[in-house]
Design a protein around this ligand. Structure first.
Ligand code: PLP
Length: 388
């Protein structure tokens, strides 16, 4: 039994979620339910492995050995029924950095990259900061359950400058786990128009409520050859501070090009704890994750019924994955500025601004449910109280 109810004091640890409140909200006096990490202790097995290595007094240049790729192969077979091979894998210092390396490696300045908006904000900067053309494929909001506009996707993919489709699967912030039919249509469109699929699957282990994540590259051999998958144990096991992620592709040429770019930027080394954190999490964290998922689900169900009872005009689509919910406040008829001001100064709750995910986020705030239930309850009560 792991204790997800335990409230752990994070101040004094330079936690982004706490220490950047002043910069982001203009005050420290908000309950921080924004940045996507969890307020739960990492699996004890990971803590032990890190402490064990930390107790050795030399922290020199360190390599990752076969156990790194073996842990990844085993985890993906166990969790996603996805059979991959060790030589399809390359370490990456983070999913976002790996997306940058890929954009640099597989497109030129001026080339187009498609994203499904609203979406995780770095998807925009990965494209624009590298002088690629951002092609927005706005998701269709079907009463809160977002869907891909395939007709538009087909038109966008057909443009000669379009080189990459950056897929967020599962999707942050709208919480969709894409169905096999949806993935197949993406594959069919992208392959037809020679558009490379970069599949950010960082949230894949956090499928909820019986939903099943399907790795894009697992849908067919042809899809796998036109795709790079980006994965990590960081969201799953709350170890984002270790900068440990990896890319997978069965396409040898793509992998080589990716590696060349990462090497060219001299970012292939990673740090001492990266391999240790990943191996201990993947090899020994199964039970922990098995208890985490129902805890997250029960927090989500709690929020759902609380809102129904106390703030029925605020709603959200029950996420199929991730510990993030996309809260719709449109019925309050406030401007985004007023909504944010209300949440910060009156309710004193720190949520992500919906507009930071794209213009479609007007009227929305994103709430991170990966906190002890007592914290979530307090935040909800503060919102209700402030609204009176
Ligand atoms: C879709 C998505 N990709 C990537 C990341 C971050 O990845 P990393 O910290 O490995 O760069 C996040 C974090 O919230 C995310 O939601």
């Amino acid at each position: 039994m792991y204790d997800f109810d335990k409230i752990i004091e994070r101040s004094g640890t330079n936690a982004y979620k706490l220490d950047l409140r002043e910069r982001n909200f203009g005050t420290n006096d908000v309950i921080p339910l924004w940045v996507a990490d969890m307020d739960f202790a990492a699996p004890p097995e990971v803590q032990e492995a890190i402490k064990k290595r930390a107790s050795h007094e030399i922290y020199g240049y360190t390599i990752r050995k076969e156990e790194f790729t073996t842990a990844i192969v085993d985890w993906n077979a166990y969790k996603h029924n996805w059979q991959i091979e060790a030589d399809w894998i390359e370490y990456a210092p983070g999913v976002v950095p790996a997306l940058v390396f890929s954009v640099l490696a597989f497109s030129n300045e001026g080339d187009g990259v498609i994203i499904n908006t609203p979406v995780y904000p770095p998807f925009y900067s990965v494209i624009s900061d590298n002088k690629r053309k951002l092609i927005k494929n706005g998701l269709i909001d079907n009463e809160g359950r977002y869907e891909i506009d395939f007709e538009l996707l087909e038109q966008q993919a057909a443009q000669p400058e379009t080189k990459i489709y950056l897929l967020c699967s599962p999707h942050n912030p709208v919480g969709r786990v894409w169905k096999k039919e949806e993935l197949l249509r993406i594959h069919q469109i992208c392959t037809k128009h020679n558009v490379l699929v970069l599949a950010d699957e960082i949230h894949s282990d956090l499928a909820l409520f019986g939903n099943k994540h399907i790795p894009f590259a697992s849908i067919s051999e042809e899809a796998a050859l036109n795709c790079i998958s980006f994965m990590a144990p960081s969201k799953t096991f709350n170890i984002a501070g270790f900068s440990t992620s990896y890319v997978v592709t069965s396409n040898k040429a793509l992998l080589r090009q990716y590696q060349n770019m990462q090497n060219r930027l001299q970012l292939h080394m990673g740090h001492l704890f990266s391999g240790i954190a990943l191996c201990s999490a993947y090899n020994e964290g199964r039970n922990w994750l098995g208890e985490l998922v129902p805890y997250l689900e029960s927090n989500i169900l709690y929020i759902e019924s609380f809102l129904k009872e106390h703030l029925s005009e605020v709603c959200f689509f029950r996420p199929e994955a991730t510990y993030l919910i996309w809260l719709n406040f449109k019925k309050w008829n406030l401007s985004q500025k007023e909504l944010k001001k209300f949440m910060i100064t009156k309710a004193k709750v720190g949520l992500n601004d919906g507009v930071s995910f794209g213009a479609e986020g007007e009227g929305y705030l994103r709430l991170n449910v990966a906190s002890p239930l007592a914290v979530i309850k307090k935040a909800l009560e503060q919102i209700v109280e402030a609204r009176k």
